[in-house]
Design a protein around this ligand. Sequence first.
Ligand SMILES: Cc1cc2nc3c(=O)[nH]c(=O)nc-3n(C[C@H](O)[C@H](O)[C@H](O)COP(=O)(O)OP(=O)(O)OC[C@H]3O[C@@H](n4cnc5c(N)ncnc54)[C@H](O)[C@@H]3O)c2cc1C
Length: 454
Amino acid sequence: MRRRTFLGALALATLPTLVGRPLLAATVKKRVIVIGAGMAGLAAAKTLADGGYAVTVLEARSRLGGRISTSTLWADAPVDLGASWIHGQTGNPLTALAKTIGAPTVTTLEDSQIVYDNNGIELTTAGYRNLESLRTTLENAVVSAQNNLAVDQSLRSAIDARVNFASRTAADQLRMNYLMNSDYEQEYSGPATSLSAIWFDDDSAYRGEDLLFTKGYAALPEYLSRGLDIRYQQTVKRIRNPSAGAASVETQSGTFTADRLIITLPLGVLKSTGVTFDPVLPATKTQAIAKLGMGVLNKCVLRFNRVFWAENYDWLGYVPTLNGQWAEWISLSRQLGKPILVGFNAADYGRQIESLTDGQIVAGAMATLRKIYGGAIPDPVGYQITRWAGDPLSLGSYSYLPVGATPKLRDTLAASVNRTLFFAGEATHRQYPATVHGAYLSGLRAAQEVVSAG
Ligand SMILES: Cc1cc2nc3c(=O)[nH]c(=O)nc-3n(C[C@H](O)[C@H](O)[C@H](O)COP(=O)(O)OP(=O)(O)OC[C@H]3O[C@@H](n4cnc5c(N)ncnc54)[C@H](O)[C@@H]3O)c2cc1C
């Protein structure tokens, strides 16, 4: 996922942004259960454990990190199958955290991009100019929609109406489809036909280029987890809150009780029927869960025996015939020093691709690469493919705002219940949703709320 830099949208962090500060002084040693060992859960757990609370983390997987998932299948080239980047390094609390623990990073250059037209040939200078002009047209259409729409509608229909999409040349239509996928769907993970025209981009971003972890993002959750009591393979089925200050959690293998719970279940899991609440959650919260969207971004990581692509660029773009298919690629050759390409598919196609076999997915990727680089390029020597929508412990990649949702729903999702159940996770962060830093900050916020609840 590439996150555009929103100039002027610098966030004002009001919370402590690094764990380990002496913010807490628990007079009575309260028992806290944290559900989920992703960044939100680990940030909360470490903060409270450091503050003297008795914390237990329940995690369904047999690993840390949740949607941070560093694969070590290729021992010489760790690959991140979930989050890859610290988006916007300036002022981002994760930049400081990575530095503190000595996790090596390299800058990915947003502007380092080559774009291939639908025929597989690089855009000409005039083609690049046309693409930029179409991008400006789309951005103006978004601004116009956000300034004028009285009733929300999908990003796609708001743009189409404002740019007279139907009357555009076939070439312009393909390029506009490419831009809507690359700039909006890849970033926000929901289909343009579903994203709220008014609210979809109501988030903030840190300044600066993105940072990629050369040895894997997993270093961050691993650091946060040190010294914590984490119980793996504990799939939470039922959460009970019989009275204020009392809670219990049933997993497939037992029942755990605590004074407070911090719930960091992904929005996709909250939407499913896999975890039940007794008593049921307030209607405002169940509505927020229903109305917020869980989108999809999937990766197909291809390893070759040599670099055959334009290795001076970090990003490769392709204007596809079919909307959103194999349009966005990152080359890891400069950043990892290995001949690895990652193809991204988001939104509708990102979801559809999950029903294909690995062989079919690799064949689709290679068909696009052969269109660009010719039939003689080698087959990959290895591949790794994600299916985040089908992952029962995630049920999607990250949250977005569809038509009918407003940013305030994220606050509703974050709100505590009965001073006993506290909620964190990327979907609860109004300012930085869909990111690792949003998840992390939400965990710090929930920990603070537990302290304030007494
Ligand atoms: C492909 C992809 C690329 C991304 N790229 C980036 C990026 O480059 N930069 C960025 O900032 N963000 C990126 N993101 C988003 C980022 O990964 C997430 O926003 C963030 O990691 C979410 O953290 P979290 O703690 O909220 O949730 P999670 O990491 O999902 O943690 C929740 C935990 O709950 C556990 N769980 C689920 N159900 C149960 C249950 N019933 N019982 C017990 N435990 C359960 C899960 O196993 C998981 O460990 C990407 C996401 C994906 C999928």
